[in-house]
Design a binder for this molecule. Structure first.
Ligand code: ADP
Length: 235
């Protein structure tokens, strides 16, 4: 009888100490996991910036391959919605055809959905976003929710005359209506200067803005971008 009680008690003590070890191990694993998780969240998030036709899309293609980042082009997203004649596409169309920006509320919601569709991304290339200060503020907040931030903004510099030539040529090949009319192209350049260029200064205040010469061969420009991104990786 006594033996039985002693046996039960020692079994109980064994269980108690085991539970303690289990609890300590569980907490340790959680802390390590959390630590590792935060390291995983060291994302590279690049804003490819520059006037319309400055070569952002072309360069994004190379960056995706090299850095395995998710490319989000708000222009492409709007064209996809317009192509499918969705309510969002129909709303965007009226602005895009005139060369105006689509309202922030629409654009920010669309971008948020796209980012949230890739919870495990190593990082993003934002192409054509943010185009206004409220969009930049929204992007910072969205990334902060993921324990991440914008690594840097890279602006491709191309002068207006070259831009107009490039976009007209693109319009002939793609048939994009907003690329086929010179006065709409010039209006888009004005919108860029008034509403979008301040985003460069916004990130410059955080020491995150960089200029890259966007005139030259595709490979030359790619090499210039790589030099800047190397700095982001070291930070
Ligand atoms: P571009 O070749 O002129 O850089 P995009 O293909 O990026 O142009 O976008 C085409 C059009 O879609 C823009 O002129 C604008 O009307 C709309 N658009 C794209 N991104 C945004 C944005 N972030 N905010 C508001 N409108 C946008």
């Amino acid at each position: 009888m006594d033996k039985n009680i002693r046996g039960t008690l020692s079994f109980y003590r064994f269980l108690k100490s085991d539970l303690l070890i289990f609890a300590v191990a569980y907490q340790a694993a959680r802390s390590i996991g959390k630590f590792a998780f935060n390291i995983n969240l060291k994302m590279i998030n690049i804003i490819l910036f520059g006037p319309p036709g400055s070569g952002k899309g072309t360069q994004a293609a190379f960056l995706i391959e090299k850095y395995h980042l998710i490319h989000i082009s708000t222009g492409d997203l709007f064209r996809y919605e317009m192509g499918n004649d969705t309510p969002l596409g129909r709303e965007a169309k009226s602005y895009i055809a005139k060369g105006e920006l689509v309202p922030d509320s629409v654009t920010i919601g669309m971008l948020r959905n796209k980012v949230e569709a890739h919870p495990d991304a190593k990082g993003f290339i934002f192409d054509g976003f943010p185009r206004t200060i409220p969009q930049a503020v929204a992007l910072d907040q969205l990334l902060a929710e993921k324990n991440a931030a914008v690594s840097g903004l890279i602006a491709l510099e191309v002068d207006d005359a070259e831009i107009v030539q490039r976009i007209l040529l693109r319009g002939q090949q793609s048939g994009r209506p907003d690329d086929s009319n010179e006065s709409i192209i010039r209006f888009r350049l004005e919108v860029y200067k008034n509403e979008t260029a301040p985003v460069f200064d916004y990130y410059a205040q955080k020491n995150k803005s960089h200029n890259v010469n966007g005139v030259g061969s595709i490979d030359e420009i790619t090499a210039r971008l790589s030099d800047v991104i190397l700095k982001f990786e070291k930070e």
